[in-house]
Design a protein around this ligand. Structure first.
Ligand code: AGP
Length: 609
């Protein structure tokens, strides 16, 4: 997944390109580069390493010009290096191109082009694109791009400029996101909205199979056959600070603290305050279809998958429908058994995760209704699903997902009640009790956030640990999975989550003196069993941090630390109990000097397999 920016207008391009790449650096940051047109020539600067290095290189350079493209990379084919950094060129440095995605048939294309005499400089799949366009170029840049793309298999968001067409930028999209920013006597193209927000709120969201030709004064849209069309302009409501750190040291901490607002915003408009019923206007499933549902499968990756694990408990308990939860990379290849009376729930913060999008398409191919829970309007997942629940968490920049997770949980809770309402599997009293508890969540999240200082202190105690275990039962097990992922992906401490009852079947062998164990004990009907599991690990001298519900002082006798969350409906505890785990992961990572917003080897949205 990479960051792309293009600019055409009257201002110097380099500052705008660098500013845009900085706002997209979360999309990949192992190398970066720009190309600018000036006096009949394309001049470029690119390097392995973070954007800072490129900025240093450009400080004294004379890279002038008002037409340019830029790129920040997350390597897929070809290791991070100067020559593998984008932009890439044709043989004669007359075309310069940046790309996000994977060209799946690049090896065959490269061989074909080399037989025609093209010379390649990099190990990347991307480099076949400028050479392919060069091969088809006969004076019309957009037409050459169209012809070239006919030979390409795979995913691309690409932007290309040419020294023979200094007044235009050509962009094309298939499976990798691209947006067009519409300015006054200037226009922008980028992988994501934050890159253009300082300049315009009016954007086109390119869809698969769409091309755009930008000049300083206009943007024309085409399909890949070349026919021109128009489309609705999307007005971005985000304020610029929403895409900045807002005074926090890191995006991740900002986004952890935004969860009360994110949950509130996602909840707004989804509860009928009179009837205390859930209303989901974007869900077009009829009452009959809901009544006839035989199975639900939830398909997602990473944190979104962990949200799905919670969703399973909620939907089965409330709507009494069997639910399977599966990582998308497995679901998409196992020829899943899907009936027309099934609902596939696709969960994806970015709405662009390649495996998840493939899972959506596979489910549709097999005849399933698809409902998406996503945070990005206009994303591929949002557009291709039959029904949609948008999490209104605002842009989530940190690689480690936090506010997207809690708003996904809320969306699943709303959906579970919605399905139960239509299937009449919960009483009015049960429903009202749950809805009332839900309405209190934003304030309760704020209360949990107020324990931040205490969590920061004991995160210091654990910063040198090599292994940390998370155990729980039922909903607490599902949250344990997320707690372990948060910790390991940003602090690099090895962390594992286990169903507490499973420990004695092997993993208990790893529990020795001083090994930290987070024991989640929020579920009343499983509480006694959890206490037994805590005693199991304490008998091996583990250091135990319990996460319990306010008022539970009994547990303090069995553990070393206790974190309390406010009392809420037992099925809502995950939205609260995950917050201390997020904060613990954040502060443990900070104590270890890690770059929490951009952890090694990772990227924010994995738009490649
Ligand atoms: C979240 O902390 C992880 N960085 C990652 O697992 C993420 O949840 C996963 O890649 C799915 O992303 P999506 O929600 O955008 O599809």
């Amino acid at each position: 997944m990479c960051g792309i920016v293009g600019y055409i207008g009257k201002q110097e391009a380099v500052p705008i390109l660098l500013d845009g790449l900085r706002r997209l650096e979360y999309r990949g940051y192992d190398s970066a580069g720009v190309t600018v047109y000036n006096q009949n020539k394309l001049n470029s600067c690119k390097t392995a390493g973070r954007l800072n290095k490129l900025e240093e290189m450009l400080q004294n350079s004379k890279l002038k010009g008002t037409l340019g493209i830029g790129h920040t990379r997350w390597a897929t084919h070809g290791r991070p290096s100067d020559r593998n950094a984008h932009p890439h060129f044709d043989c004669n440095q007359k075309l310069s191109l940046v790309h996000n995605g994977i060209i799946e048939n690049y090896i065959a294309l490269k061989e074909w082009l080399q037989e025609k005499g093209h010379i390649f400089n990099s190990e990347t799949d991307t480099e076949v694109l400028p050479h392919l366009i060069e091969e088809y170029y006969q004076g019309d840049l957009a037409e050459a791009v169209r012809q070239a793309l006919k030979k390409v298999d795979g995913a691309f968001g690409l932007v290309v400029i040419s020294d023979e067409h200094p007044g235009e930028i050509v962009a094309a999209r298939k499976s990798s996101p691209l947006i067009i920013g519409l300015g006054k006597s200037e226009n922008f193209v980028a992988s994501d909205i934050p890159a253009v927000l300082p300049y315009t709120r009016e954007i086109y969201i390119l869809e698969d199979g769409e091309m755009a030709v930008l000049t300083a004064d206009q943007v024309k849209l085409y399909d890949f056959s070349g026919s021109e069309h128009s489309k609705e302009i999307y007005h971005v409501e985000w304020d610029i600070t929403a895409a900045e750190k807002g005074g926090y040291e890191d995006f991740m901490l900002k986004e952890i603290h935004e969860q009360a607002k994110a949950v509130h915003d996602t909840l707004t408009g989804k509860v009928d305050p009179i009837e205390m019923k859930v209303q989901l206007p974007e869900v077009k499933l009829s009452a009959r279809e809901i009544g006839e549902l035989e199975k639900v499968q939830i398909v997602a990756c990473g944190t979104a998958y962990h949200a799905g694990m919670v969703g399973k408990y909620l939907i089965e308990k409330l709507a009494r429908i069997p639910v399977e939860v599966e990582v998308a990379s497995e679901f998409r290849y196992r020829d899943p058994m899907i009936s027309p009376k099934s609902l596939t729930i696709i969960i994806s913060q970015s709405g662009e995760t390649a495996d998840t999008l493939a899972g959506l398409r596979e489910a549709k191919r097999l005849g399933s209704r698809v409902l998406a829970i996503t945070n990005v309007v206009g994303s591929s997942v949002a557009r291709e699903a039959d029904d949609l629940i948008l999490t209104l968490a605002g842009p989530e920049i940190a690689v480690a997902s936090t506010k997207a997770y809690t708003t996904q949980l809320l969306s699943l809770y709303l959906l579970a009640i919605y399905l139960a309402q239509h299937r009449e599997t919960i009483s009015q009293n049960e429903r009202v009790g749950m809805v009332e508890a839900m309405l209190h969540l934003p304030g309760q999240i704020e209360k949990v956030l107020n324990t931040e200082t205490k969590i920061k202190e004991f995160a210091e105690d654990f910063k040198s640990c090599e292994d940390i275990f998370f155990i729980g039962r039922g909903l607490d097990y599902a949250v344990s999975l997320e707690g372990a992922l948060k910790l390991k992906e940003i602090s690099y401490i090895h962390a594992e989550a286990y169903a507490a009852g499973e420990l004695k079947h092997g993993t208990l062998a790893l529990i020795v003196e001083g090994v930290p164990v987070f024991a989640m004990a929020t579920q009343p009907e499983l509480y006694d069993k959890m206490i037994s599991n805590i005693k199991e690990v304490k008998a091996r001298d583990a250091t135990v941090v319990a996460l319990a519900v306010a008022g539970d002082h009994e547990i303090s006798k069995s553990v070393d630390y206790v974190i309390h969350i406010p009392v809420t409906h037992t099925m809502l505890t995950p939205i609260l109990s995950v917050v201390p785990l997020q904060l613990f992961a954040y502060y443990a990572a900070k104590a270890r000097g890690c770059d929490v917003d951009k952890p090694r080897n990772l990227a924010k949205s994995v738009t490649v397999e």
